[in-house]
Design a protein. Sequence first.
Length: 181
Amino acid sequence: MTDQFIYTTPLDPRATPLIEDLIHEYDSRYGDLFDREGAVVELNRYPPEAFAPPEGNFLLLLRDGETIGGGAFKRYDATTAEFKRIWTRRNLRRQGLARRLLAELEAQALRQGYARIYLTTGFRQPEATGLYLTSGYRALFDPDEDLAVRRKLPFEKVLGVGKEPVDLARAGPVSTSVPAA
């Protein structure tokens, strides 16, 4: 069993399982809060170019060629990347895949010159909240407030310093094999 990170685009056919499952996940957790179009509107809020180098990136985790996870980031400001769409296949959760995706996205954001990560998750995603809190992210909200009123829960993390940014505008696709957990 071989796991492999690849940097690609949301338009890559291998991204389809990620996008379809996110639509299902968001609709099942937040369907009563969305308008008629639901999660499809949320997932199409940003054009694919927002997740392209040099200001963003789109990551898939493949296992033996099959998509099992993914995530993306885009520019939030000059020093901050905003993480979006972090996902692992439902039947493979609780195996550390999301933590590996998060670490890889952080490393790539750092390589692209970002010093800080900003992200939000929904109030009906306690698993994501737990992941971020145990991965060094700081909650930018009061956990004692009514999270249902807030809806979006923002987090931040300051990344390491001293790494040279990589000019990915000139670099081709990246593929990195990693041992399966």
